[in-house]
Design a protein around this ligand. Structure first.
Ligand SMILES: *Cc1c(COP(=O)(O)O)cnc(C)c1O
Length: 426
């Protein structure tokens, strides 16, 4: 047995499924999860000391590459001064100021420790501010695992959602309505019928949790207009797209200002930081000023904030996103050519440092098209790439991530591996 297999067998005795977050378990692709021992730049190594080119980057945070010296030394310096105080620090002010500067629609921000917590808190705030209960989300978008977001569409357009997880009361799910991504007509219909009851529309403006799927500009514009007309809060969940598709997130690419934004992943540089923020008039409703309660023992943790701030400084250096976009585009281009040579139906898309690969003829434009991509072919490709030392997201329906350390040699090695891997696809 390999060390990975031994560890996985052991892990399953003390932890459900052997993992602390489900996608890590390889259930979708099959096989044994790799237990990681160390990482550097674009690489990580598993328990058998096999090296992989990493295309998940901790699911986004590792945008400057793993163990980047400036980030590590910022963490070491902060840690030496104590790990957590439960009282405010100047670092939190610096981070809030930095976020407001990079994302101008955010006038005030609150730091929390996970994307789930940020989205959950932002939705509570939106409900508190509007005095309404209904929230709209879109099928295929992920907003963390708060009860009201673990919901799928009901049987008809104007029916409320059903829980996607046991343990979520139907009484909670009934306040969430799930609509189709990129379907403006449906959104118009729902607002026309019940606009005055909608507290918020939450959306991934570039979706990264059903593989990579771009919102059409028209879809987001319609959403902006309807929310303004009906007094609903437009909430962009940029936990994944923030600082990833561009410095200012998807909202900077589309030129649309949401009322509230949810951030996570890159913002902590690999340590637990997330945030939600937006219009000051809304944020003023939060405790201790207002009646919407929200709190956290480790919120704004000094060590985590140090990692996040170091990362935010690095990504603002000249040329950072030009390089990141160029490398990501080269990767997708190289993979597409390799697939064409092998005669495999395949296409790819890239925005900033994020990419999607699809085993299908033409780019999916909505959730249903995404779901019709060939999952078996992805799984064959995934394992062939893994054997060749390239670690892709272990699911056909997750996006991929490139770091600033994925240089030409790394991309070339990946594409070369793909030439072999596409031959394993049938
Ligand atoms: C990852 C993610 C979340 C959840 O963040 P966690 O830190 O895992 O709780 C929420 N929304 C989006 C868009 C995400 O990609």
């Amino acid at each position: 047995m390999s060390k990975n297999e031994i560890l996985f067998a052991r892990a399953q005795k003390s932890t459900p499924g052997g993992v602390n977050s489900p996608v890590r378990a390889f259930r979708s692709v099959g096989g044994t999860p790799r237990f990681i021992t160390r990482a550097e730049g674009p690489y990580f190594w598993d328990a058998d000391d096999k090296r992989y080119i990493d295309y998940i980057g901790s699911w986004g945070p590792a945008i400057v590459g793993h163990a980047y010296p400036e980030v590590i030394s910022a963490v070491q310096k902060a840690a030496a001064h104590g790990l957590s105080f439960g009282a405010p620090t100047e670092g939190e002010i610096l981070m809030a100021e930095m976020i407001c500067k990079i994302v101008p629609s955010i006038e005030q921000v609150r730091l929390v420790s996970s994307g789930t917590e940020a989205a959950m808190s932002a939705l509570r705030l939106a409900r508190g501010v509007t005095g309404r209960d209904t929230v709209i989300k879109f099928e295929g978008c992920y907003h963390g695992h708060a009860d009201s977001m673990l919901v799928k569409a009901g049987s008809g357009l104007l029916t409320f959602g059903n829980p996607t997880s046991s343990g979520v009361p139907a009484d909670f799910a009934k306040h969430t309505m799930v609509l189709d991504y990129n379907d403006s007509t449906q959104l118009e219909e729902v607002f026309a019928k019940m606009g005055s009851t909608i507290a918020a529309v939450i959306v991934e403006p570039v979706a990264g949790n059903m593989n990579l799927l771009r919102a059409t500009p028209e879809f987001l514009q319609t959403m902006r207009r309807l929310c303004t007309q009906h007094g609903a809060v437009l909430m962009f969940d940029e936990v994944m797209s923030g600082f990833r598709v561009a410095l200012g997130g998807a909202q900077s690419l589309y030129g649309i200002q949401p009322d509230m934004t949810v951030l996570g992943k890159v913002i902590g540089g690999g340590l637990p930081v997330a945030a939600f923020g937006g219009r000051k008039e809304y944020m003023q409703h939060l405790a201790p000023l207002g009646s919407v309660y929200q709190a956290g023992t480790l919120s704004g943790n000094p060590v985590a904030v140090a990692a996040g701030m170091a990362t935010l400084e690095i990504i603002q250096r000249p040329g950072f996103y030009e390089n990141l976009s160029t490398q990501t585009a080269k990767l997708v281009d190289g993979l597409s050519k390799a697939a064409a040579e092998a005669g495999v139906a395949f296409c790819g898309d890239a925005i900033g440092g994020m990419f999607g690969i699809y085993f299908t003829e033409k780019l999916p434009g909505n959730f249903a098209e995404m779901m019709s991509c060939n999952k078996d072919r992805f799984n064959q490709f995934f394992h062939a790439m893994l054997d060749a030392g390239v670690y892709l997201a272990p699911s056909a329906f997750e996006a991929g991530f490139v770091s600033a350390m994925h240089d030409d040699a790394v991309i070339a090695e990946t594409v070369n591996a793909a030439r072999g891997a596409f031959k394993a696809v049938h």
